[in-house]
Design a protein around this ligand. Structure first.
Ligand code: UGA
Length: 443
């Protein structure tokens, strides 16, 4: 929304939320206090805020004044009842739709921005159509977001495509056109594609499923590389030169994380089951299973290399975010790896350039509020490595490459090991210093 405001100074963008603390943070004078760390975002907010970008808790006024409303609430995996563990929890979407139905005035376009199961637009439409008053009419569009965290601003400036789905009625087509016009302020027309509602909703889940599948595919091969002496980076490079495969998203890792991949695949699995397609469900579920296998395998390798026990040993964890350039830890592979290591009675010292100490503790303890006694958090990498037997690289932060690895080696117990879950570092250089190096997908 901040980018829309920046690119379209003639459009008034009003962001409303019931969470007062969150809105206060978005309004903070100190741009370091914005709730989301994202390269370039602070500059965009600074430019548009106070001009045509507003943040407030005035939800009802926001709804009444709007011509177009983007529903951008979270749709986590359901943790209770029917579909628990797989289906998307649409509670927040429904609450939004009901509030809009109550408050909206005039012709209003509702845009599904949240990632949703196929045919959710039908439910939203039904809620809106049953609105008690007749002061508003509605069109529902699907406009999924494809940006990735860490590169969100670039992705929005130059998207591969913008997708707008809507009903193929006269009113539906007019609504699609209105939204297309907004993006056309900076996105070339040929990159703005329009489809029917269900294709648009399904395209979002499918895109994420395909992306995650590529990672699980290369991660499955990484296990085979370790067993055979092949090198996963060499294999990835060799296959990526085939233009039908392409080079991107073939980086083997300690497992994919983030708030979307797992949730969206499980959602796809649930939908497939719901529509009586168990083979399709099973096919996609395997992508998530392979990811769990990869995360578990990483810890097993550490334990094996450290003479089959890490009990009482210090392990420095470098990186806790689910990828670099973000402070987001949702579903980060680091959570599972840390828990598995703690289960093996290791002592962990975690360092991440952007993730605050409280969040590390909260994620590891499952938000129980209690700090695990085996975990400490350092505010620099050198302190985290002090007296450690091993270092586990879990996030590919650039700054880890620039560390003084001789200094780190000197401060560690010997033999000093590095387990590079991201294939980030120069392994030969580390071996020359004296490190034992174990890298994902390298035998
Ligand atoms: C992902 C998609 O890439 C976006 O297109 C989508 O809009 C977004 O989900 C969403 O649905 O909101 P994001 O989760 O922010 O974006 O980050 P990615 O860059 O896709 O990375 C996801 C995970 O895969 C990270 O843990 C990353 O480290 C891992 N990854 C990525 C690999 O292990 N190997 C790779 O080659 C690429």
């Amino acid at each position: 929304m901040a980018v829309i405001a920046q690119k379209c100074p003639h459009i008034d963008v009003h962001i409303v939320d019931i969470n007062e603390a969150r809105i206060a943070a978005w309004n903070s004078e100190n741009l370091d206090e914005l709730p989301v760390f994202e390269p370039g975002l602070a500059g965009v907010v600074a430019e548009a805020r106070g001009r045509n970008l507003r943040f407030s808790t005035n939800v009802d006024a926001g709804i009444r004044e709007a011509d177009i409303i983007f529903i951008s609430v979270n749709t986590p995996t359901k943790t209770y009842g029917v579909g628990a563990g797989k289906a998307a929890d649409l509670k927040f979407v429904e609450l939004c739709a009901r509030r809009i139905a109550e408050q909206a005035e005039g012709e209003t376009i509702i845009v599904e921005k949240s990632t949703l199961p196929v045919r959710t637009a039908e439910s939203i439409k039904s809620i809106l159509d049953h609105a008690s008053s007749d002061k508003a009419t509605f069109q529902v569009l699907s406009n999924p977001e494809f940006l990735a965290e860490g590169t969100a601003i670039e992705d929005l400036y130059e998207p591969d495509r913008v997708l707008v789905g809507g009903e193929m009625t006269v009113g539906g087509k007019a609504a699609i056109q209105k939204l297309v016009e907004i993006y056309a302020n900076w996105v070339p027309r040929e990159r703005i594609i329009t489809t029917n509602l269900w294709s648009s909703e399904l395209s979002k889940l499918t895109a994420n499923a395909f992306l995650a599948q590529r990672i699980s595919s290369i991660n499955s091969i990484s296990a085979l590389c370790e067993a055979t002496g092949a090198d996963v980076d060499e294999v990835g490079h060799a296959i990526g030169l085939d233009s039908r495969i392409g080079p991107k998203f073939l980086k083997s890792s300690v497992g994919f994380g983030g708030s979307c991949f797992q949730k969206d695949i499980l959602n796809l699995v649930y939908l497939s089951q719901h529509f009586g397609l168990p083979e399709v469900a099973e096919y996609w579920e395997q992508v998530v299973k392979m990811n769990e296998y990869q995360k578990g395998r990483f810890t097993k390798r550490i334990v094996k290399a450290l003479y089959n026990t890490v009990s009482g040993k210090r392990i420095a964890v470098f990186g806790f975010a689910f990828k670099k350039d973000t402070n987001d830890t949702r579903e980060s592979a680091a959570i599972r790896v840390c828990r598995d290591l703690l289960e093996e009675q290791a002592l962990l010292n975690v360092y991440d350039p952007k993730v605050p100490e409280s969040l590390v503790h909260a994620e590891i303890s499952g938000n129980s509020g209690e700090k695990h006694p085996g975990v400490t958090v350092s505010d620099d990498a050198y302190a985290a490595a002090e007296g450690a037997h091993a270092i586990a690289i879990l996030t590919e932060w650039d700054e880890f490459k620039a560390l003084d690895w001789n200094r780190i080696y000197d401060a560690m117990l010997k033999p000093a090991s590095v387990f590079d879950g991201r294939n980030l570092l120069d392994h030969e250089a580390l071996r020359e210093i004296g490190f034992e190096v174990y890298a994902t997908g390298k035998g």
